[in-house]
Design a protein around this ligand. Structure first.
Ligand SMILES: [Zn+2]
Ligand SMILES: [Zn+2]
Length: 185
């Protein structure tokens, strides 16, 4: 490294920091956040001024785009309503109760990925999100093709939040462990 050439050193430092930022985004984010917090503490006047300015800007934007906002909220309600309907349908199609403990309260029921491969699916970049596989399930049942239904049933089942989450966290639900323990005796 030719330390005599200040420009080259600067360029090197710049490159180095760029690399660090790219390779350690979380660390950099934390550092920036800390720096910002410190700055805010030291300059309360500035924070106040900026907050007022942002609030004013936001208000102006909302007034200017009132009709747009109205459509957005209306559509949002419609969308969430449709989603609730779909969720209820899927719960009914998959049997209406937790396949592990038999819980029947619809609000407790979720769709469980039997192989716990949701994370993998997301990682592979295949379309994901509840909406996607709920429609997949619904379509399979609607087609009345038993093969499709069977493959869906291999992939998904209904489980309550308790059973679903404990499977996700511990790999096995306490109910499953209890069953295995009984079988051993
Ligand atoms: Zn359960
Ligand atoms: Zn269970």
């Amino acid at each position: 490294m030719p330390w005599k050439d200040i420009e080259k050193v600067r360029r090197y430092n710049r490159e180095y920091m760029r690399r660090v930022r790219k390779e350690h985004p979380i660390r950099m984010r934390r550092k920036n956040r800390e720096r910002l917090r410190k700055f805010r503490k030291e300059h309360p006047e500035w924070v106040k001024k900026m907050n007022e300015r942002f609030a004013g800007q936001q208000k102006a934007w909302k007034q200017k785009n009132a009709s747009k906002l109205r459509t957005y909220y209306r559509n949002y309600e419609r969308r969430s309503g449709r989603k609730a309907n779909l969720t209820n349908e899927v719960r009914k199609l998959l049997g209406g109760k937790c396949e592990c403990c038999g819980e029947r309260e619809p609000e407790f029921l979720t769709v469980d990925h039997i192989k716990s491969d949701r994370a993998k699916i997301v990682k592979r970049g295949i379309k994901h999100g509840n909406w996607h596989y709920y429609t997949e399930i619904k379509r399979a049942f609607e087609s009345k093709d038993m093969k499709k239904v069977a493959s869906i049933k291999k992939k998904y089942r209904l489980a309550c939040y308790n059973c679903n989450l404990s499977r996700r966290v511990n790999g096995k639900c306490p109910h499953e462990r209890a069953k295995e323990f009984k079988a051993l005796k």
